[in-house]
Design a binder for this molecule. Structure first.
Ligand SMILES: NC(=O)c1ccc[n+]([C@@H]2O[C@H](COP(=O)([O-])OP(=O)(O)OC[C@H]3O[C@@H](n4cnc5c(N)ncnc54)[C@H](O)[C@@H]3O)[C@@H](O)[C@H]2O)c1
Length: 345
């Protein structure tokens, strides 16, 4: 294997920028693609991502472009760090360039509206089923990764060799990567924790205590497992970095955007006003709509995620939501699962 590789990071948000910095630290040659030419200019001239990752210097050896063809041509590996609702558009544009033979690393944590597809499914639906795709996920806030705070993640691919490739080339002492094969479970964990984080934020906004929030997160995990397993995920995955690991970070971190959305909702603010003043994307909002659509299709009841949808899309009052959830009859704690007999697909 070569000592270093060329990596193109598509997406100049907080996460794309942090991953570009990790790759530079690993000795790789890196190009960062911005979707907007005027913002590319700001990045080039100021060498700081003032909008999405302020306070972190961008070294001069980080190449920056807004020419998508140039970025696709450059990388041996293409990292997709684009929020899931914009991903399809970018993938459509990549279609006419030479992406064949390159490993695609998908990092979006969401589920597309209407199609209800996971990011890797969006990519495959446009670029073809046989692509080498690796999903990189886990408790990894950009703000911390960029500042070299030790972080543990997981690279998942149906073909373990592709995940190991990413592990080999993207890893440095502060960015540890485990591998595994359950891409479905890793993507469901990453997307659904954002919806639960909104609910956790509502608990904070209503000034509930640690008991309430811990209980909510635990029952939220149960809902994540239910939906994920129904789609073929391995239940064990949800007890790993991309499941409980990311759920904990998202529900407690000061960097959590979905947590912020929930907190403001809990204080009684309107969702339109909350989102209107955020530059960054809170993926849990759209994902909550996708989860609602999936549950309708599959006649599945997920009470917490259902109530988050009601608050976001039907202005249901958080106080009423609490009443609805607490008046449900409690049943056997993990009744739907017998993990020991699970057979991964
Ligand atoms: N920030 C994190 O810590 C983190 C960590 C892991 C995964 N992720 C995931 O990575 C993905 C990217 O998130 P982020 O935090 O870097 O985003 P961000 O909120 O920091 O930035 C938004 C990004 O969306 C881009 N964008 C806006 N409109 C667009 C359009 N029409 N077409 C293409 N791109 C457009 C912006 O240029 C910018 O790159 C998300 O799915 C997120 O869940 C984020």
């Amino acid at each position: 294997m070569p000592k270093n590789i060329k990596v193109s990071v598509l997406g100049d948000g907080g996460w794309g920028t942090a991953l570009a910095l990790v790759n530079l630290r690993c000795g790789n040659e890196v190009m960062l693609w911005s979707a907007f030419a005027d913002y590319e200019k700001i990045l080039q001239e100021g060498r700081e991502n003032v909008k999405f990752l302020p306070g972190v210097k961008l070294p001069t050896d980080l190449r920056i472009t807004s020419d998508l063809k140039e970025a696709v041509d450059f990388g041996d590996v293409l990292v997709l760090a684009i929020p899931s609702q914009y991903l399809r558009d970018v993938i459509f544009r990549i279609q006419s360039f030479s992406y064949q033979g390159k490993i695609l690393v998908s990092t979006a944590k969401g589920i597309e509206k209407k199609t209800c597809l996971r990011p890797s499914e969006i990519i495959r639906s446009v670029l073809g089923e046989d692509l080498p795709i690796v999903v990189l996920s886990g408790p990894s806030h950009a703000e911390e990764v960029a500042r070299k705070i030790p972080t543990l993640t997981v690279a998942a691919s149906g073909n373990l060799k592709h995940a190991q490739y990413v592990q080999e080339y993207f890893r440095d002492p502060q960015f540890r990567i485990y591998v595994q094969k359950d891409l479905t479970g890793v993507e469901f964990g990453g997307a659904l924790k954002n919806v639960i984080a909104i609910a956790a934020g509502v608990c904070d906004g209503l000034q509930f205590g640690d008991n309430t929030k811990s209980g909510l997160i635990t029952r939220g995990l149960y809902e994540i497992v239910r939906l994920g397993v129904k789609h073929g995920a391995n239940p064990n995955t949800f007890f790993g970095l991309s499941g409980i690991g990311d759920l904990i970070t998202t529900c407690f971190s000061k960097h959590g955007r979905n947590l912020h959305v929930g907190r403001e909702l809990g204080k009684g603010r309107k969702i339109k006003d909350i989102l209107g003043e955020m530059a960054m994307v809170a993926e849990g909002v759209d994902t909550s709509l996708s989860v609602h659509q999936l549950c309708e299709r599959e006649a599945l009841q997920l009470p917490i995620m259902g109530e988050v949808y009601q608050m976001l899309f039907h202005d249901k009052d958080p106080g009423e939501v609490v009443e609805t959830l607490l008046s449900r009859t409690p049943f056997e704690e993990w009744k739907a699962f017998d993990f020991s007999s699970f057979q991964p697909k």
